[in-house]
Design a protein around this ligand. Sequence first.
Ligand SMILES: [Zn+2]
Length: 141
Amino acid sequence: MPERLTTAQRSANMAKIRSTNTKPEMAVRRMLHGAGFRYRLHDQRLPGKPDLVFPSRKKVVFVHGCFWHRHSCPAGQKVPSTNREFWQKKLSLNHERDTRQLDGLAQLGWIGFVVWECELKDPDEVLRALKRFLNSADGDA
Ligand SMILES: [Zn+2]
């Protein structure tokens, strides 16, 4: 028999799942490494602890799950039907924090780029966009 959890417990469990070294992040790391780029991981000194850091280029890459980071795609606009208020609040706080962190990075002279989980359905396109971003002088992707 599966263990029965209250909605609050289940929400707390789901909230804990969000973490570093996620599958989409590993996919991005692998593709960039394969393309010859070298980077640092999760630099604690930078706002938002960016997933990939390219110090000599002063650029960072975040790999964001659509649900957790409120992407504009359908997966990112979903709110679980139980405990809606909890989720709405939590997810919009996540989104605000992301915006703040990108601002904070910009103020320090770093340029940030976000790869969305759903975009990884087309890895070739993601790699092209990342190369454009990393190789451009001003970070225009
Ligand atoms: Zn998405």
